[in-house]
Structure formats: C-alpha cells, structure tokens
Ligand binder design. Sequence first.
Ligand code: 1GP
Length: 251
Amino acid sequence: MKMTIYKSLEQRKEQGHKSFAVLIDPDKINTSILDELIELSINAKVDYLLVGGSLVISNHLDECVQHIKRNCDIPVILFPGSPSQISKYADGLLYLSLISGRNPELLIGQHVVSAPFVKQSGLELLATGYMVIDGGAPTTVSYISNASPIPADKNEIAMCTAMAGEMLGMRLIYMDAGSGAKRPITESMIKIVADHIEVPLIVGGGITTPEKAYLNCKAGADIIVVGNAIEKDASLIKEMSAAIHSVPVKI
Ligand code: 1GP
C-alpha cells in the first residue's frame, strides 16, 4: 500500500530524519527550467516538491504539476496562496490556516467557501498551522495576507501560537519568514517552537545557504523549504540536500 505523505512525515520525524522540500513557483518557470529542477532534485534525493506561491498569476498550475508527476516520483505537495491554486494532479495539499494573523478570511473564511471543491479534489489534506514571522522586509505573503507577522524576536508568541495550532488539531506547523526574506527565522525561535510541539515543523523563508539549513534542522526543524535561492542558483539543490540529510539522527 502506498504510504501517505503524512505517515511518511511522521515516520521520518520519529526516526529523526530531516526532509528537504524544493519550492517551485509555477509563475517563475518554463519547461526547460522545470526539467532541470526535476533532474537535480532526483539526483539530490529531495524529499518533497512544493508547488505554489502567494500570488500565482499564470494558469498553468495543472500543466506544471502533471509535468512533474510524469517525470519523477517525488511527492508533489501544493502550497497554495489562495483556494484557486488547487490541482487534482498533485499528491497532497498544505491546507493552511494563517494562525499567526487575525484575518478571519485566511483563518477560516476561504476554507468555508472552497470546502466542497477541496474535498472533491481527492488530494491528501495536510491541515497546517501557518505562521508568518517577520523576515525584515514586507514579502508578498505579508502584503497579501493583510495580517501582521509575528515579530522576529518574540519567541514566546511563536511558541504559544504553534502550541495553540497543534491543540486545535493542526497536523503540521509551518513557520515562514516569507519568500526572499532578508532575515530568515532565528534558531532560537525554531528551537522553542520545536520543543513545545509534537507535530512535524516546516521552516522556510530566506534560507540561502546549506549551513543555515543545517542549523535550522539542528534547532528542531523537520522540513526545510527553499525556493528563492534555488531560483537564482539551481545547483544549490545538491548542497542543501546533502546538508539537511547529514544532520545526525537522534537515538
Ligand atoms: C516561502 O518558505 C518559502 O513561502 C520559501 O522561501 O523562497 O525565501 O526560499 P524562499
């Protein structure tokens, strides 16, 4: 039987294995770039491909996901900026609720409107408490969400937000400094959040070096997401993946 994405995430966390997810923004790629990313991801043993962005302008999401699925076995998880960014061809969907914000539309409103459509998609739904952390500059996500991010030095707010998300039943927590963030999330914030939740923790936003990815994993991140840095230099996939997978397994 095929293992579901969530089961594999849980299992990897239990075993102390860290995961690497490459973020692909359908707006920023064409078929030849996509082919290159797929090849590099296969060779580097990337664990997941996330597809989406805060603002997807083009309408070739289906095409992009189908192309990936035709060319590799890496699970494709949608990371949608809005309910319109759903493709039934993916394997799973980060079903995000922006728990760091106080915009009711992104906490529950858009979910209500799109519920029948999301259910019909047949995608594996990964209920995710999505937390935007101030990354030092307004990012697309902070503008579009119309919600204040958690200040970068307020570790306790992040901790309590993640705990509340988990107790409300969210199965993943995603801490995001926003794509292209000037300042990625600090290790001290990652550590305090990781120490207070049991569900897998995703960390992303402004991670540009393998060293930072490694330190984030050591601090407690289970899955590292990198988009922007790879758009600039796809060869980073190999080094990032090696760094993340080299984090010693806890016994
Ligand atoms: C953004 O966490 C992701 O939502 C990835 O951020 O593009 O800065 O790697 P970057």
